[in-house]
Design a protein around this ligand. Structure first.
Ligand SMILES: Cc1cc2nc3c(=O)[nH]c(=O)nc-3n(C[C@H](O)[C@H](O)[C@H](O)COP(=O)(O)O)c2cc1C
Length: 189
């Protein structure tokens, strides 16, 4: 078995002025510094999904390839009307088999006090239906617009809290990714 794990970090929105992209980029950067982890950063803005569903027309082959290679996913979603954005749903809906029996960590972001907790709660039911296994440690980014500088780095006074929550989420995601990868390989042989 290849020792390194591939984790796809999925940004949650295509909105022009999106602030949550800063949290997503930082989570990807943080993961790329962990030993034995390969990060693929997925910005839904760079993909094209023609129609709804996971029929051939609804797919983007680059996203298909990424989801096939990924051992785990880390979704970083803003909260839109107490749920997660349609652009994220559209991207997630384009695949199915490539998710099955793989873990996913969920992070939330908002411009208010709650840090996207309702987006994360809404994602749990959706990812479960896709065969993904949701982990239970989620970083939250309340007032995300004030949490990062122009280089997508956490503001000094928030860095310790943010780093601690991201590290905990990766710890659990990596544990689950190793366990599920071993089980998938065992079943495939
Ligand atoms: C369509 C839409 C709906 C939103 N609904 C909520 C909401 O229900 N709860 C909330 O805390 N913030 C809500 N927001 C504000 C976001 O939290 C805010 O834009 C934040 O910066 C994260 O989203 P962004 O990455 O698009 O910037 C909403 C924003 C948009 C564009």
């Amino acid at each position: 078995m290849k020792d390194s794990l591939t984790i796809a970090v999925l940004a949650g929105t295509t909105r022009e002025q999106r602030q949550s992209i800063r949290a997503a980029r930082y989570i990807a950067q943080f993961g790329s510094q962990l030993t034995g982890i390969d990060i693929i950063f997925v910005d839904p803005m760079e993909f094209h999904f023609a129609g709804d569903g996971n029929d051939p027309e609804g797919k983007d082959s680059r996203y298909t390839d990424i989801t096939s290679r990924a051992d785990a996913f880390f979704i970083v979603s803003p909260e839109y009307n107490h749920s997660f954005p349609g652009s994220l749903k559209r991207m997630l809906d384009s695949e199915l088999e490539n998710y099955i029996h793989k873990p996913v960590a969920l992070a939330g972001a908002s411009n208010g006090n709650w840090g996207g907790v309702r987006a994360v709660e809404a994602l749990v039911t959706t990812v479960r239906e896709m065969g993904l296994v949701a982990t239970f440690t989620s970083p939250y980014f309340p007032r995300v617009q004030d949490s990062f500088d122009d280089h997508d780095q956490p503001r000094t006074e928030q860095k310790e809290r943010i780093d601690r929550s991201i590290q905990s989420a990766y710890d659990e995601l990596i544990w689950m990714a190793k366990a599920l990868k071993a089980a998938r390989m065992d079943t495939a042989s």
